[in-house]
Design a protein around this ligand. Sequence first.
Ligand SMILES: CC1=C(CCC(=O)O)c2cc3nc(cc4[nH]c(cc5[nH]c(cc1n2)c(C)c5CCC(=O)O)c(CCC(=O)O)c4C)C(CCC(=O)O)=C3C
Ligand SMILES: [Fe+2]
Length: 342
Amino acid sequence: MAYEALLLVGFGGPERPEDVLPFLANVTRGRGVPPERLAEVAEHYQHFGGVSPINQQNRDLLAAIRADFAANGVDLPVYWGNRNWHPMLADTVAQMRADGIGTALAFVTSAYGGYSSCRQYQEDLVAARSAVGPEAPMIDKLRQFWDHPGFVEPHTDAVRAALATLDPARRATTRLVFTAHSVPTAMAAAAGPQGGRYEAQLRETAALVAAAAAPDLGYDLVWQSRSGPPHVPWLEPDVNDHLALLAADGVSSVVVSPIGFVSDHLEVVWDLDTEAAATAKRLGLDFARAGTPGTDPRFVSMVRELVVERVNPPDTSPRRRLGTLPVWDTCPAGCCVPARRP
Ligand SMILES: CC1=C(CCC(=O)O)c2cc3nc(cc4[nH]c(cc5[nH]c(cc1n2)c(C)c5CCC(=O)O)c(CCC(=O)O)c4C)C(CCC(=O)O)=C3C
Ligand SMILES: [Fe+2]
């Protein structure tokens, strides 16, 4: 299969105060998120002048991928479209069609399996293609990359760098706290062909990063940014509750590493740098938040590797990875499906 373009697929975020509510309406349409939660989240965005950092981060990633392709002889145009805000996927796919693109690969800015992190993006691509019509390009999503060295190594270095800001005399009472976006437990149970794949992959990534960054320290995987109505169970514990437990257990210092994400978007700069940092302060815990891959050259090169491995036969282009959970190019039918709310 010859591919004629790469499409970078982002979550999208508002870039003006007046865009916050329409953006949130796009994110939560049909998802049963209560209005109180929406008002609260709108306020998080307004703290940053109504500007989510995520679109600029994706512009930076787009530029870095283009430069990396050019420097390494990969002659493919790179496009960018979002699930929830401009540039919207349907507009980008229309542009691809106008440019004569017939087949493309998609790199989605989420490393993991699961409905929100994988399948929903594939549904978004299908919807964008059908909005464009029968001439729309074919678009295949690249594989999940939770255990790719280009994702794990930047997270590992970020944990090391965060640890280096903490008091070495307190190392014995320092703990690593990995976080990812919580999802409804029903969605987590339905993730992947046998279920539980979102959490299993996160546990694998956490173990890989912890072993490489600080094998002497204990670590946990906990959850952040819970949404939805209160009566629906979501993955727990929440990072803030967990910090309280750690403090009560004699932990003095924490490194919080958002391995669930690829960039420092709003759920990182608000939910961790603002809320979890305040929780840690109240509890008397020393707190350091580890960075995310962003435009780390290893992460950018990973995108190219995923393209090249997909185009070449596996024996000429081995799938680089550090973990052992199964990985595939094309999700099996029914993968992550019954995940939605009733
Ligand atoms: C698994 C997962 C990821 C990681 C995978 C990936 O990266 O895609 C992720 C990322 C993100 N989530 C984001 C923002 C939001 N997520 C929401 C709501 C929800 N997220 C969910 C899951 C996830 N979300 C779910 C199950 C919901 C409930 C509604 C539904 O069933 O879909 C809401 C609604 C309000 C609220 O929080 O209640 C907002 C505003 C932003 C952008 C931040 C920025 O603007 O910088 C990013 C990168
Ligand atoms: Fe989210």
